[in-house]
Design a binder for this molecule. Structure first.
Ligand code: SAM
Length: 280
């Protein structure tokens, strides 16, 4: 079967499933299977494909039809300026989370020497993106999921950052090592009762540990703030991602824990998405 015929068949198969980008999804999956870019598919649409490639592609299309996100099917996702290895043990990095990287780089220039902690590191995408941009920074990422830590370590190796990035499997509550100039976190912040309302792709495939913020959405956020107030140096910065409608309560908890609020930043959808504060 040639490229064009196979793609058309896949688009038809995906047509009545949840997503809308059937052509793009099909092209990404086929590019991955035959290890060529999408341009190649267009320029060589009559090329006959090997049987084993057709089989691997059809298998991925069947999984996509059931709602599995593309990032899990191709085991990668672009975040900031790099590709990260991703599997079902970690949250798929979101574009809004790049705000934490952007704000860190605005705050600290390349001459600064910084010790960073990333709480709930997942794939390690936040910490590793920052370390890639700043050669004098060192960092630790922690996560309650051992499997997530394995993914973060793999990414550190892939980006040649294992000498400056260490990853530990630990509950934030139990972590006691070090003092930091900067602490970052994108914790789970979705209310338990809202988990069932998430899109199928998210609720069926992304790890619950990465999403579940407890009964009111604040259980992990509260732990992260109280741990940060212990581990952050005086005048150290804290950048925290938050969910819709959580701003006021988070600002209160921060103030109660002796943080000065520097600013709240909106995401691309104009929702309050992260807060920058300083330990007084
Ligand atoms: C929203 S995900 C963020 C992942 C990654 N930092 C990112 O932004 O793509 C939250 C992460 O926190 C971890 N986590 C949840 N509860 C935790 C806890 N009590 N202590 C440490 N990590 C926790 C989850 O396993 C998950 O990897």
């Amino acid at each position: 079967m040639n490229i064009q015929t196979l793609l058309n068949k896949a688009i038809k198969t995906l047509d009545n499933s949840s997503g809308t980008s059937f052509r793009l999804d099909s092209e990404i999956l086929l590019s991955e299977v035959i290890k060529k870019n999408r341009q190649y598919l267009i320029l060589n649409s009559n090329e006959e494909l090997k049987k084993e490639n057709v089989k691997s592609f059809n298998y991925l299309v069947r999984r996509r039809k059931k709602g599995e996100p593309i990032a899990y099917l191709i085991n990668k996702k672009e975040f900031w300026k790099q590709n990260f290895y991703i599997n079902q043990n970690v949250l798929i990095p979101r574009p809004d989370t790049e705000l934490l990287v952007e704000e860190t780089l605005k705050l600290f220039n390349s001459n600064s020497k910084l010790n960073i902690l990333d709480i709930g590191t997942g794939s390690g995408c936040i910490l590793l993106s920052i370390l890639k941009e700043r050669r004098n920074f060192f960092g630790i990422g922690i996560d309650i999921s051992k499997k997530a830590i394995n993914v973060a370590r793999f990414n550190a190796k892939m980006h040649q950052l294992s000498n400056r990035a260490k990853f530990y499997n630990s509950d934030v509550d139990k972590f006691l090592i070090g003092k930091y100039d900067l602490i970052l976190s994108n914790p789970p912040y979705i209310r338990q009762q809202d988990l069932k309302c998430l899109e199928v792709d998210i609720k069926r495939f992304e790890p619950k540990l990465a999403l579940d913020g407890g009964r009111d959405g604040f259980s992990e956020i509260t732990k992260v703030i109280s741990k940060t107030s212990m581990l952050l140096k005086k005048n150290g910065r804290f950048i925290l991602e938050m969910g819709f409608g959580q701003k006021n309560r988070i600002l209160n908890i921060l103030r109660q824990n002796n943080f000065y609020i520097n600013k709240v930043i909106k995401d691309y959808g104009k929702n309050d998405r992260c807060v920058i504060s300083t330990k007084i």
